[in-house]
Design a protein around this ligand. Sequence first.
Ligand code: DHB
Length: 390
Amino acid sequence: MMKRRLFTTAALAATALASAAPALAQDNTFKIGLILPMTGQQATTGRQIEAAVRLYMAQNGDSVAGKKIQLIVKDDTSLPDTTRRLAQELVVNDKVNVLAGFGITPSALATAPIATQSKTPMVVMAAATSSITQASPYIVRTSFTLPQVSVALADWAPKNGIKTVVTLVSDYGPGIDAEKYFKDRLTFNGGQVTDALRVPLRNPDFAPFLQKVRDNKPDALFVFVPSGAGAAVMKQFLERGLDKAGIRLIATGDVTDDDQLNDMGDGALGVVTSHHYSAAHPSALNKRFVEAFSKANKGLRPNFMAVGGYDGMRVIYEALKTSKGQSGDALLEAMKGQLFESPRGKIFIDAQTRDIVQSVYLRKVEKKDGQLYNVEFDVIKDVKDPGKNK
Ligand code: DHB
C-alpha cells in the first residue's frame, strides 16, 4: 500500500515535471530560478553569486531575444533536500526556463534528476565535484572542478622542494576529488602523501587534525575546504605553529578565498595555491569587473564564486540569443561550445562534456597596495577536467 502510494506520488511528480516545459512556449518572460545558500555555513557563496548575477543583469539589461528576463532567487540554506524541493516548485509552479546556482555538490546532485525529467537546462555556478556534469545531460557548468585545479599544484610542489605532503580535505565530493587527484599526480611526480585526513563538512574543528599534521612533519600540508572555511584553517594553522615547525601550507584557491583573504592577516603571506580565478587577475576585463562589482556591493571583493555566477549569466543570455528565445533543448544546445573571455581569462564550455575548460593559475599570497591578494605567477592554459578522461 505504502509502496504503491509512493510510486503514485513519484509518477505524478514526474508527469508534472514532464509537462512543465511546453506550457511556457508562448510566454514572453524568461525565468531563471537561482537557488543559492543565502543563509547558513555557505552564505558567502550565495551573497557572491547573487551579487554577480545582478551585476550582469544591470550591465546587460533584462530584455533578451524579445524576452523579459525574470530572476527568482531562493535560499536552500545549502541543504540538498531543500534544494530539490525548491527546484521542483520552480519548475512546476513558476515554470522557470533555467535552473541555476547550486552552492555545494550535494545540492547540485539532488537537483539533477529534476533537470533531466523536465528538460530544463541547469547551470551549475559553484559546485565543483567532477562527476556533477554526468548526473544529467541538462547540466552545464561555469565554475570549475577540483581535479582541474589540484593537478597543477601537484606538478608545482615537487619542483619546489616539497616531497612529502599530508592532505586535509572536507569529507565530501570535492574534497575526495582534490585528495585523489592531488595524490595520484604527486606520486606520479615522485612525491609522497604520508597521511590523508578528512574533516566533516558541517561545523568542522580543524585543531585535532592540524595537531596530527604537526606530529607527522611533512614538507607541506595540502588543503581543500569549501569557500567560507578557509579563514578558520589559516587561523588554526598559524595558532598551532605549523609554519614555525617548517611545514608549508599549499591549497586550492578555495582556501585563500578572495571573500576572506584580506582579513586573514600577514600569516597568509607566501601561501601558494592553484585556482581558476583571482581578483588580482591582470586583465583589463577583470579590472572592470572587480571595480563594478565592488562599487555595486559596498566595497566587496568578488571571489571565484562571483565569477562563476557572472559567466553563468553570460552563457544563459548568449544561448537565449542563439536559440531566438526558445527554451529546453534548443537553449541547452546553444549553451554548449560557447567560447568567450571571462574576468578569469578565456573559457570554453566543452560541447561533449558540458563542463568548463579554462586556465589554471599558480598564485602566491602577496601584499599589493596594503591588501592581500592571490598574485598569479604561472598559468596552465586550457585545462579540461581530468575527471572526464577516465
Ligand atoms: C564546492 C563548494 C565550495 O564552496 C567550493 O569552494 C568548492 C566546491 C562543492 O560543494 O562542490
